[in-house]
Write a protein that binds this ligand. Sequence first.
Ligand SMILES: [Zn+2]
Length: 86
Amino acid sequence: MPKKSKIQTPDWILKGGKQPKEEKKGKTFKVKKCPKCGGDKVSVVIGEVGLWECKKCKWKGKTPSEEELDEEEFMEYLDKIGEEVA
Ligand SMILES: [Zn+2]
């Protein structure tokens, strides 16, 4: 007689084995990213309303890309930014 498992494999394992982010239910944070080089050293231009500048490739524009980070990723992001400021 073949053994039968009574435990059902969760759907997300069957669909590639990666747990979806929604399962975490953590906070998410939006950070600005440069649409040109993908860098995260994007900040507002002082004296200009709604204008953003990339410190890395000197891109300037009004519509930087946005990326959603979870809390852990956001802390790493802040660490990176903090190093630059200090
Ligand atoms: Zn850039």
